[in-house]
Design a protein around this ligand. Structure first.
Ligand SMILES: NC(=O)c1ccc[n+]([C@@H]2O[C@H](COP(=O)([O-])OP(=O)(O)OC[C@H]3O[C@@H](n4cnc5c(N)ncnc54)[C@H](O)[C@@H]3O)[C@@H](O)[C@H]2O)c1
Ligand SMILES: O=C(O)C(=O)C[C@]1(C(=O)O)C=C[C@@H](O)C=C1
Length: 368
């Protein structure tokens, strides 16, 4: 497709969508705007956008597609600002916000001006923010939820899917209220729980300094998402308050049930509790990237000598294998170091494992 795409909010999601659109529609011009000028500068420097607009009116006036990818409360104000501008009559405005009820309601102001708004939400992401974390493969196989209102022309929905075809996501149309209920359960609520576990641990660490050092794989797995953007999550919680209050009430009952299991000391019931959870969790479609965000991590047990990290990255560089992240787990520092190296794809992870095993005698695993 050819035309001008204007991305407002050049962070993880806006940046990733811009990359997907450029990949699928080479002729299209991608214009970007971010309230944080540094993000816009970085987006241009990284080739995520073709041009940076000075402000929203400048980028919006000739756009054929406008994607708003800012935190959900900012999305609301951006929609209100857009509805006061003269836009191309055939433009499609969409967003990527994690909530839909309030946003779709706000977009009535665009509808009144005859402008098509189709709410959107790619169900894949990361705890990382900003354009430097953007990647073209982020949405592959993930669900991409769309919330067109009943009056939206089906041809416009198809046109939007065409623009977004480079995401390789699976589009699913859903009503805004249903969207907020479902994502409240599988996304918003788990973020509250992750943050609460971290906060409880932080409090307990005040009197037991070993706690942070002992927090190993299990703690890290269940709390990864607590490292997400506080601003983004503040907005999401405020937009989905009712659903989340209801889920918290249910959770309190659930936790009281667990407490009773412990008080009664009934091993069989405790076993059943974990067994049922395992069955449901194991049945989730894990292999589909996006259904559960995939991080292609390779764990390497390394002896503790200076230069070991550069030695390993040197071998990977020789084989032209790109890494996206590298960190040392401190938990086992007294024995061996554990180096966690992240890759863009499973194929890269496997190539890296083969490479390290061929050059060294270090142990490797996928961390599970
Ligand atoms: N992070 C995820 O996992 C994820 C996944 C799917 C959808 N979402 C949703 O997508 C949206 C973007 O999330 P993200 O992860 O890319 O966040 P991000 O923090 O990486 O990027 C958001 C960007 O929006 C910019 N911004 C804020 N207000 C703005 C304004 N008024 N005008 C222009 N730019 C503005 C910020 O400066 C920032 O660069 C959010 O609504 C979020 O709920 C996030
Ligand atoms: O992988 C993560 O870090 C995410 O939290 C991604 C996640 C999610 O909850 O699954 C977060 C918010 C979005 O609206 C969609 C996806």
């Amino acid at each position: 497709m050819n035309g001008r795409v204007f991305v407002i909010g050049l962070g993880l999601i806006g940046g990733s969508l811009a990359l997907c659109i450029k990949k699928a529609h080479k002729e299209a011009a991608i214009i970007g705007f971010d309230i944080n000028r540094e993000q816009a500068r970085l987006a241009k420097m990284l080739g995520v956008i073709d041009e940076a607009a000075e402000n929203i009116p400048e980028g919006a006036k000739d756009a054929d597609l406008i994607i708003i990818s800012a935190p959900v409360n900012d999305t609301k104000s951006i929609i209100q600002a857009l509805s006061k501008l003269t836009l191309k009559p055939e433009v499609i405005v969409t967003d990527t916000g994690s909530t839909k009820g309030t946003i779709v309601e706000t977009a009535d102001s665009l509808k009144k001006e005859g402008i098509t708004f189709i709410g959107g939400h790619p169900m894949a992401g990361s705890h990382k923010s900003g354009v430097s974390a953007a990647k073209e493969i982020l949405f592959e196989n993930a669900f991409y939820l769309l919330t067109p209102d009943e009056g939206a022309a089906p041809s416009k929905v198809e046109e939007l899917k065409g623009w977004l075809s480079g995401t390789n996501a699976k589009f699913l149309t859903i009503a805004p209220q249903n969207h907020d209920y479902l994502t409240g359960i599988v996304s918003h609520f788990p973020h509250i729980i992750a943050a609460s576990i971290v906060r409880q641990t932080e409090k307990l660490s005040a009197t037991e300094q070993l706690i942070p050092r002992l927090a190993a794989g299990g703690f890290r797995d269940i709390t990864r998402i607590a490292s997400s953007s506080p601003k983004m999550w503040k907005d999401i919680l405020l937009h989905n308050r009712e659903v989340l209050i209801d889920l918290l009430n249910q959770w309190q009952k659930e936790m009281n049930g667990v407490k009773e299991l412990l008080e009664s000391g009934n091993g069989e019931e405790i076993f059943d509790y974990f067994s049922q959870a395992k069955q449901f969790r194991d049945g989730l479609p894990q292999k589909e990237k996006g259904a559960i965000p995939s991080f292609y991590d390779l764990y390497v047990d390394v002896p503790d000598y200076p230069g070991v990290v550069s030695e390993i990255t040197g071998y990977l560089a020789q084989e032209k294998i790109s890494i996206t992240n590298i960190r040392i787990l401190e938990t086992r520092e007294d024995i061996n170091g554990v180096l966690v190296i992240s890759f863009q794809t499973e194929e890269d992870r496997q190539r890296a494992e083969k490479c390290i095993l061929s050059y060294t005698s270090f142990g490797t695993s996928n961390g599970s």
